[in-house]
Write a new protein. Structure first.
Length: 125
């Protein structure tokens, strides 16, 4: 677990760096993830690039069954209902393949696999 205090950024560098890729730089595995609350972004760094994902954008990209219809793929979550001041309360590693984000709107059922996080980074605003 991380994000113990709201005033300091959540930093996973020590948990992720080299842990899953043997230090070889597997492209989908981030080497650093930081929830920068004051800036309202999730800063993600891979061996080849770094991106800042706005919290409101990232929350809108959740693909869990509460946010996207499992059968049709239709988006259930209306992006207009995401609070503009949404933030990350905490994050948890899920195995060696994903992160679970706990949002201030009490949503926490979605997982962002490393591959999905990379896809989302390609379409950020």
């Amino acid at each position: 677990m991380c994000c113990e205090t709201p005033a300091r950024p959540c930093v996973w560098t020590h948990l992720i760096r080299g842990r899953f890729d043997g230090g070889k730089g597997v492209s989908n595995v981030p080497i650093d993830i930081r929830a920068l609350r004051e800036a309202g972004v999730l800063a993600v760094q891979w061996p080849d690039r770094k991106v800042d994902l706005p919290f409101t954008f990232l929350r809108g990209q959740c693909a869990c069954a509460q946010c996207v219809n499992e059968w049709t793929g239709e988006r259930i979550l209306d992006p207009a209902t995401i609070p503009p001041d949404i933030s990350i309360e905490k994050m948890e590693l899920v195995g060696s393949y994903a992160v679970r984000i706990h949002w201030t709107d009490q949503h926490n059922s979605g997982l962002f696999t490393w591959e999905r996080l990379r896809e989302v980074a390609n379409f950020r605003p």
